[in-house]
Design a protein around this ligand. Structure first.
Ligand code: MG
Length: 161
């Protein structure tokens, strides 16, 4: 606090001291935010990586292992097929039902999840499997790309959609 009639130097010193305090507070806030972000990312990384690894294990056990890079076009086509299945669900379902997972009994009397959400999951599972074959840490790549996208600005590139 400045009392009386301060000199220019006293005012300048006072302002500089408060600017340093403000910088310290900004640094502390940044540190707290970084810690929160890293903590939440660790949780997600563990979950996502585990799902990717599990996808590879299950697909391999079920006889759908990817053994050669020449199979990549086929696997990409299968991603397309899941997108088409999602489109068919969209065409068949009421809009209000699009977010609901439904179930039907399969030939082994097991409940099979079906519907638009399940087809979206199938798309991700196909992509995870392909990424696992190539030892791609998909979560890391997604995070990196999202970080870049975050910097691109509103409707970047002037595209219509
Ligand atoms: Mg499907």
């Amino acid at each position: 606090m400045i009392i009386g009639n301060p000199t220019w130097d006293e005012i300048t010193t006072h302002i500089n001291r408060h600017e340093r305090q403000l910088e310290d507070l900004r640094a502390q806030l940044s540190s707290v935010l970084m810690h929160q972000r890293n903590t939440s990312m660790e949780h997600v990384i563990g979950t996502f990586a585990a799902l990717q690894a599990r996808t590879n294990v299950i697909n391999t056990a079920n006889g759908w292992a990817i053994n050669d890079v020449k199979e990549i076009p086929e696997k990409l086509a299968l991603v397309h097929s899941e997108v088409s299945e999602a489109l068919e669900c969209y065409r068949d379902a009421q809009i209000s039902d699009l977010g609901a997972v439904e179930y039907e009994e399969d030939s082994n009397n097991q409940l099979k999840p079906i519907g638009f959400p399940t087809e979206l999951a199938d798309i991700v599972i196909r992509v995870m499997h392909l990424a696992a074959f190539l030892d791609i840490n998909l979560e890391q790549v997604i995070t990196e790309k999202l970080n870049y996208n975050e910097t691109r600005g509103f409707r970047h590139g002037g595209k219509r959609a």
